[in-house]
Design a protein around this ligand. Structure first.
Ligand SMILES: Cc1ncc(COP(=O)(O)O)c(C=O)c1O
Length: 390
């Protein structure tokens, strides 16, 4: 019997989520009766809003279980376009809206449709780790540009200009960002767009934490331009992670290519989820989501000063998503080891920086406030005890 072949060479560059190792250990400890405070989880702790669940259950009962068009059902694409008009005052042609299996599906489609082998996608470091893996999957390269608190952990027009190379084709930004929770201000976004377009590239803006902003107005990159990709999702603000539904707004010239690829890779986004999402923009749902947004804001307002006063350095105030990215170099030069010990000794789970890139990851931890205020308070108590022992 011959040996089965090796996996593709590209798999050598696809890294796991290191936090999964930590999560597995947390679950093991929990199964033995230990109390664990979860500050590592990247999804809302709230259930899907009732009107959405009801619409999903109705859809199942009514037999909406067949494939839909690959770009999604026209009613949902129209509802999304309408949402942009009502909430952000921008006119979006529903033809440019493509509904996808999570925003992960959208990212895969954009990379697949645009990135040739050897093409470079420029992105911030730290940032969402899957982005560089999507580029590799398409045969492309990811150029991760180190960013720090001085730019709010975001790319700037100047950084894009300086790092642009012969093979650069796309620039990715995220606002609000994972892991830093920081926003890209509209002027910087417009500047980046100008640089990218002047060089013949395309800009992709990840807005999947849109709606979750605190103390600042909500914006969309579509207010700035329409020759860019905007990626969004029902996962975070709408509390629908497991329904696996997202969308993109694409420049009109790419819609056919994206459609063709979606037909081949996914056939269609999940049908029941699309029907459920039709209730996501109703007044009832939006009222529930606004109440949740306020709760997230109250959690941030508690956790941010609490961590800072313990000695974690969080120089750029996070104004969105549900993450704080903290420099922990006052306590350790190995954030993975710190996170593991914090879990073992005090039962607090946080995400080590090494999940987010190569820019001083060992000096950083991501804290997620996807758990109630009482749990966060308990967590801070345990962290205080832990660093007191160190
Ligand atoms: C910045 C960012 N983009 C995209 C995603 C993918 O989310 P989904 O596929 O659930 O829409 C995530 C998930 O955590 C994320 O943090």
């Amino acid at each position: 019997m011959t040996q089965l072949p090796e996996t593709a060479r590209r798999m050598g560059r696809i890294q796991p989520f290191y936090v999964m190792e930590l999560l597995a250990r947390a679950r093991e400890l929990e199964s033995r009766g230990r109390s664990i405070i979860h500050m590592e989880v990247g999804e809302p702790d709230f259930p899907t809003p009732r009107p959405v669940v009801r619409a999903g259950a109705d859809a199942l009962r009514e037999g909406h279980i067949h494939y839909t068009p690959a770009k999604g059902i026209p009613e949902l694409r129209r509802a999304i376009a309408d949402f942009y008009r009502k909430r952000y005052g921008v006119a979006v042609d529903p033809q440019r809206v493509v509904v996808t299996p999570g925003s992960s599906g959208a990212l895969q489609l954009v990379m697949g449709a645009l990135v040739d082998p050897g093409d470079e996608v420029l992105m911030a470091d730290p940032s969402y780790p899957c982005n560089r893996h999507f580029a590799y999957l398409a045969g492309g390269e990811a150029l991760a540009v180190p960013v720090g608190p001085e730019t709010g952990y975001q790319l700037t027009p100047d950084l894009v200009e300086r790092h642009w190379g012969e093979r650069t084709k796309m620039v990715m930004v995220a606002s609000p960002s994972n892991p830093t929770g920081t926003l890209l201000d509209p002027e910087a976004l417009a500047g980046i767009h100008r640089v990218v377009r002047a060089r013949g590239g395309v800009l992709l803006v990840d807005e999947i934490y849109q709606g979750l902003t605190y103390g600042v107005g909500e914006r969309s990159a579509l207010e700035v331009a329409d020759d860019l990709f905007v990626i969004n999702s029902f996962s975070k603000y709408f509390g629908m992670t497991g329904w696996r539904l997202g969308w993109m707004v694409a420049p009109a010239c790419y819609v056919d290519a994206v459609d063709r690829l979606a037909q081949n890779i996914f056939l269609s986004p999940p049908t029941v989820s699309q029907q459920a999402a039709m209730a996501a923009f109703s007044d009832d749902t939006l009222a529930i989501l606004e109440e949740r947004r306020r709760q997230f804001e109250a959690r941030r307002d508690y956790l941010l000063p609490a961590l800072r006063s313990l000695g974690f350095d969080i120089p750029a105030t996070p104004r969105g998503a549900f993450y704080l990215y903290a420099d922990c170099s006052r306590f350790t030069s190995d954030s993975f080891d710190f996170a593991m010990r914090l879990l073992e000794e005090e039962g607090v789970a946080v995400t080590p920086g090494k999940d987010f890139g190569f820019n001083r990851p060992h000096q950083h931890l991501r804290f997620a406030y996807t758990t109630g205020l009482d749990k966060l308070q308990e967590g801070i108590g345990r962290i205080t005890r832990f660093i007191g022992k160190a």
